[in-house]
Write a protein that binds this ligand. Structure first.
Ligand code: CA2
Length: 147
């Protein structure tokens, strides 16, 4: 039997606060709920998940570098680093893995500084404004890309 393929789930700064503040913007689900949802959606597609959340750019970059060795794709909500981090973009490019970018909120209906993403043009899949369900959809679409 072959080894199951693995996805890296990356959640960026402040997403550890999910469910505790701003429910009108980000919903009531917690980060643990998101990780369970992604694990379940991935299992349905025969994929495993390694989850990382950090408020530190370098920690996220190290996790993305490590994914190159043992992951088949990356599901990422980079949080505010979406709009600022060329370093994160470079790490994603270096990983040479298919990327699904997820945002809980519809960033295009928010402040202009949230309209630009350093990730979208290097992602296979971009899902915005679908709340936590966007993560499950991103997994399904990434699985399709990988199959
Ligand atoms: O909509 C998204 O998923 C975002 O990536 C969330 C980021 C924001 O900077 C992006 O523009 C869009 C912010 C995550 C903050 O998460 C919180 C969750 C609960 C309470 C406070 C912050």
């Amino acid at each position: 039997m072959s080894t199951p393929k693995r996805l890296l789930l990356v959640n960026g700064p402040n997403l550890n606060l999910l469910g505790s503040r701003e429910p009108e913007v980000y919903g009531r689900d917690t980060l643990a709920d998101v990780e369970a949802l992604v694990t379940s959606a991935a299992a349905e597609a025969g994929l495993e998940v390694r989850a990382v959340q950090s408020n530190h750019e370098g920690v996220l970059i190290d996790a993305i570098h490590a994914a190159r060795d043992d992951c088949a794709g990356i599901v990422i909500n980079p949080g505010a680093f979406t709009h600022t981090s060329i370093a994160l973009r470079d790490a994603l490019l270096a990983a040479e893995l298919p990327i699904a970018e997820v945002h809980l909120s519809n960033v295009h209906r928010r402040e202009p500084f949230r309209h630009h993403s350093y990730v979208s043009d290097i992602a296979e899949v971009v899902v915005v404004g679908a709340g936590v369900h966007g993560y499950a959809f991103a997994v399904q679409q990434l699985a399709r890309v990988l199959s």
